[in-house]
Design a protein around this ligand. Structure first.
Ligand code: 13P
Length: 254
């Protein structure tokens, strides 16, 4: 899906979105402690950005209970394209919605590379997310070799076109640009490269669609990255496992 046109912002989404992807971390006690840490901070302060946490599926119910009423949204990390069926080990978008999720991360590089998910698989999952009323956070990003070969923009463009079904709107789609080589490595793209890539992404999605940056975002680099006009928020992995660090990143977005 490609929409060319002017960059615009949906006023309903005037604030940035800071999302924590907990990945496969946390037993129940850890999830409760982390969610409580966030809920306490949310109760004590106003904030200018929207916050989202995406715990493992095993913790969704627990975390939903702790976060209830504190204004932090809940999301899943993946879903199956179908609403239900004989898909052992999978979870559907309807099941995520039923647990209180508003968002689901789809096409994360750890799914694309670790589970062989193609753009078509991601596209079908996005359609499933929309069917269930969830906002799809579609992840795109190039590998180190692709960037060194000058292919980054082309790779991301193909991922956007092939992974996002027709009919996307700024209310149903968020894009996360996560260079694969920056995930969990402590490396981040330069602010120039982030700004250029985000501008290219903005030109290809509906006006007002939020484009998040992800890959080793931490309290030290958050202000610089989130200060870019082209960056509408962050998708945070490792640093989202610390309530202090996540809150500090959220502060940089506000
Ligand atoms: P890190 O912040 O640990 O690099 O992970 C980024 C990520 O993959 C978020 O989805």
């Amino acid at each position: 899906m490609i929409v060319t046109g002017e960059r615009g912002r949906n006023m309903a989404f005037g604030s940035k979105l800071v999302a924590g992807n907990w990945k496969m971390h946390g037993l129940r006690a850890d999830g409760v402690a982390l969610a409580r840490g966030l809920a306490e901070r949310a109760a004590g302060a106003g904030r200018a950005c929207e916050l989202l946490v995406c715990p493992p599926a095993s913790l969704l119910t627990t975390v939903a209970g702790v976060l209830d009423g504190c204004g932090i949204a809940l999301g899943g990390q993946d879903c199956h394209a179908a609403a239900k069926g004989p898909y052992t080990g999978d979870i559907s978008a309807e099941m995520l919605a039923d647990l209180g999720c508003r968002y689901v991360i789809l096409g994360h590089s750890e799914r694309r590379h670790g589970h062989g998910e193609s753009d078509q698989v991601v596209r079908d999952k996005v359609a499933g997310a929309w069917r269930a009323g969830l906002v799809a956070i579609v992840c795109v990003g190039e590998t180190r070799q692709q960037r060194e070969a000058g292919e980054a923009a082309g790779v991301v463009s193909v991922q956007l076109t092939a992974s996002i079904p027709d009919g996307a709107t700024s209310d149903t789609l968020v894009v996360a640009y996560e260079p694969v080589w920056a995930i969990g490595t402590g490396l981040t793209a330069t602010t120039h490269d982030i700004a250029v890539m985000h501008a290219e992404i903005h030109a290809r999605v509906p006006a007002g669609t939020r484009v998040l940056y992800g890959g080793s975002v931490n309290p030290k680099n958050a202000a610089e990255i989130l200060g870019l006009a082209e960056v509408d928020g962050a998708l945070v992995g490792g640093a989202s496992l610390s309530a202090d660090d996540f809150w500090s990143i959220a502060g940089a977005a506000g």
